[in-house]
Design a protein around this ligand. Structure first.
Ligand code: OGA
Ligand code: NI
Length: 209
């Protein structure tokens, strides 16, 4: 920390731990509300998605991403293409430095940060539970040549030992189950073994029709 920054440091800084816990609780509430809306949109009971991912016993992960500036951004990626494996991701991007891109067809579209707004990613488990009606988003991060970037990601995940599978109500003769049952633990392990590669992870889950 430089001397100039030290002068700005508050004399009684709030504990980082306390701040992260408060932020995480608020964002988890937001996820609960979003799951109600997604459940209703799918024609399911409003508590459906929250219930099948574990009710009160969901998993969550808070991550701060730091992307140093890079003089030759075209030679590197901050984060290679992937979809988030869990249920929902609430991303607080850097207000001043863009870098997140989402895939649409063969194009990568840069997401412009809006000050004080979150970006919400649908994760792979919503794709499974909705039997492919909602699709997780393929995204990546490019780095900036002149500025470093910080983003804060909150991952809302299922209780890791529950079986995730398409909702019975969304499986019909015309639309058979696209995914077989799998726990989040098993899914995470398969991703670690295969390495990051866009949306190939969730594609590999598809049952052979
Ligand atoms: C992630 C992610 C995007 C960003 O952490 O999974 O996609 O803008 N982060 O940092
Ligand atoms: Ni991501």
């Amino acid at each position: 920390m430089s001397m100039r920054d030290q002068n700005k440091w508050p004399s009684h800084p709030r504990e980082c731990r306390e701040l992260i816990a408060e932020y995480s609780n608020e964002v988890a509430n937001l996820c609960e509300n979003l799951l109600k809306i997604l459940s209703i949109n799918l024609g399911l009971d409003e508590d459906y998605l929250q219930r099948v991912i574990g009710g009160e016993e969901i998993g969550a992960c808070f991550r701060a991403n730091f992307y140093p500036k890079c003089p030759q951004p075209d030679l590197t990626l901050g984060l290679s293409p992937h979809s988030d494996p869990g249920v929902l991701t609430i991303l607080l991007p850097d207000d001043h430095v863009s870098g997140l891109q989402v895939r649409r067809g063969d194009d990568w579209i840069t997401v412009k940060p809006i000050p004080n707004a979150f970006i919400v990613n649908i994760g792979d488990q919503i794709q499974v539970l909705s039997n492919g009606i909602y699709k997780s988003v393929d995204h990546r991060v490019i780095v900036n040549s002149g500025k470093e970037r910080v983003s804060i990601a909150f991952f809302y995940n299922p209780k890791a030992d529950l079986l995730m599978q398409p909702a019975k109500e969304l499986v019909t003769e015309d639309r058979p189950a696209l995914y077989g049952p799998m726990t989040y633990n098993e899914y995470r392990l398969s991703i670690r073994l295969r390495g990051p590669s866009g949306k190939s992870q969730i594609k590999s889950l598809k049952t052979k029709q």
